[in-house]
Write a protein that binds this ligand. Structure first.
Ligand code: PLP
Length: 469
């Protein structure tokens, strides 16, 4: 295999350089199954291929068969918009084959990752002892945190059901707006949801209190999940109110800030997060709105020894990494994983190089664009803003449109390479959704997208017209 090292290094570095030098990556439209199958057919067999030929399959057929997320034109879901700094450093993490399993094997990378985790913990106002690890995504973070909530919650509340009630499966209180990965985690963990009805799409302390009062098995509720930045609407739950009720009832307080957590760095919305400092566990995805590459989610615990006791994997071959000398910190002891790459390092490098102010400015710019889009919608005849954006998601309706219309609009914008937008639903109604996380989003681009759906502007000159200036 080594015969090709030199040639491959040149080929691959050239492509990396070419990709990194693009000012704006093209959006593209996804892939065709038959074409992909045809191009890949027979490629892997006992003997290899010319590396240039394989690379060209990648460049011609694989890489273009996507919808690119690292462009401001990607406004669906929650995009991943890594800075070039973090992408470059991610290449370095790969080149050094850095692992991030244990202090024994990876003290340096773990110390640096923990420095980045500390920045996030400080932003959330968590105590000095808080800590955790980087996991692959918010889903993994929610699962790992809720395992700790389950195991510590049940022992904290005693083996018996409260007040002699029949013990049912442990329950976790959450609102319908909680991310679907939370429901999946509960399913995996053998727990059940206690669905808390919400009036305004945000979970409040009062609603949680009322749900607990109505619940016949309230003694089996071990945790509550609040969302700081719902994925669909970008709303932040009443964290302080929920924290207060959680404390009163001895519930584990988990905050899923996978998308919204970046808002902790933005002064214009920081107040929405008050109460997060009381969380027992928090998840924040730097691969969403903190300009880091896939796959990177920060999982923080207020009291890491609790998580350590639940997650540490004991096996004779692993005794060496648990040789508890002072200062030993094994990321593998804080989630359901063992082997992991040092995936927090691109964030660490970006924070160290640019400083937190640069992150603040990037996040504030996306918030400004969301507010600008909301203003444009509110001022456009035939469009109705569903609610004022709290973070960087804007929901709105075009009068008289059904889901088909939104889907056609979405397809047209992608075909025209204007933007990738997807409709969603809100209170049972189809709505348009724009999610901004790219720091280079401009007012011009917002205008361009809104002009494609504002009826007063229909037919003026199609998809690319600007509303003004
Ligand atoms: C995206 C998201 C998740 C899931 O995170 P992944 O990184 O996709 O696993 C969980 N919770 C919220 C609120 C999210 O927005």
């Amino acid at each position: 295999m080594h015969q090709l090292d030199r040639k491959l290094a040149r080929l691959v570095f050239d492509e990396c350089r070419r990709q990194l030098s693009l000012d704006e990556v093209p959006l593209k439209t996804g892939g065709d199954r038959d074409r992909l199958a045809e191009r890949l057919a027979g490629l892997i067999g006992p003997s290899g291929n010319d590396p240039e030929a394989v690379l060209s399959v990648f460049l011609r057929d694989i890489a273009p068969a996507i919808i690119a997320c690292d462009t401001p034109r990607f406004m669906a879901f929650v995009s991943c918009v890594p800075s070039k700094t973090s992408i470059l450093f991610d290449m370095l993490v790969s080149c050094f084959t850095l692992h991030g399993i244990s202090w024994l094997e990876a003290a340096g990378p773990v110390a640096a990752e923990n420095q980045a985790l500390r920045v996030l913990a400080d932003a959330a106002g968590l105590p000095a002892g808080a800590g955790g690890c980087f996991v692959s995504g918010g889903s993994s973070g929610n699962l790992s945190a809720l395992l700790v909530a389950r195991d510590t919650g049940l022992s904290r509340r005693g083996a018996q059901g409260a007040q002699g009630t029949q013990r049912t499966r442990p329950k976790v209180a959450l609102a319908a707006e909680a991310h679907i990965s939370v429901s999946k985690a509960l399913h995996l963990l053998g727990m059940e949801p206690l669905l808390v009805p919400t009036a305004g799409h945000r979970l409040t302390g009062r609603e949680l209190q009322a749900a607990l009062a109505r619940e016949p098995h309230a003694g089996d509720v071990v945790a509550v999940v609040a969302t700081a930045g719902t994925t669909n609407g970008g709303l932040v739950d009443d964290l302080a109110g929920v924290a207060e009720v959680a404390r009163r009832h001895g519930l584990w307080f988990h905050v899923d800030a996978a998308y919204g957590g970046a808002g902790l760095f933005a002064p214009t919305v920081r107040g929405l997060f008050d109460g997060i400092e009381q969380a027992d566990s928090v998840v924040i995805d730097p691969h969403k709105w903190l300009f880091s590459p896939f796959d990177c989610a920060a999982l923080l615990y207020r009291d890491p020894p609790m998580a350590n006791a639940v997650h540490t994997q004991r096996a004779s071959y692993l005794d060496a990494i648990h040789d508890d000398a002072n200062g030993v910190w094994n990321p593998s002891d804080y989630a359901h994983h063992l082997t992991r790459r040092a995936r927090g390092l691109p964030l660490w490098f970006g924070l160290a190089v640019h400083g937190t102010d640069a992150y603040r400015d990037g996040i504030e710019n996306t918030l400004t664009m969301a507010r600008y889009a909301a203003d444009r919608v509110a001022g456009a005849e035939g469009l109705t803003l569903v609610c004022e954006p709290e973070l960087s998601v804007v929901l709105f309706q075009r009068d008289g449109w059904g889901m088909d219309d939104y889907e056609n609009w979405s397809a047209r914008l992608l075909a025209d390479q204007v933007a990738f937008v997807l409709p969603t639903s809100w209170d049972g109604e189809p709505v348009a959704r724009l999610c901004f996380v790219h720091p280079d989003t401009t007012k011009q681009l917002v205008d361009e997208v809104i002009s494609t759906i504002a009826p007063a502007l229909d037919g003026v000159s199609g998809a690319h017209v600007l509303i003004d200036d």
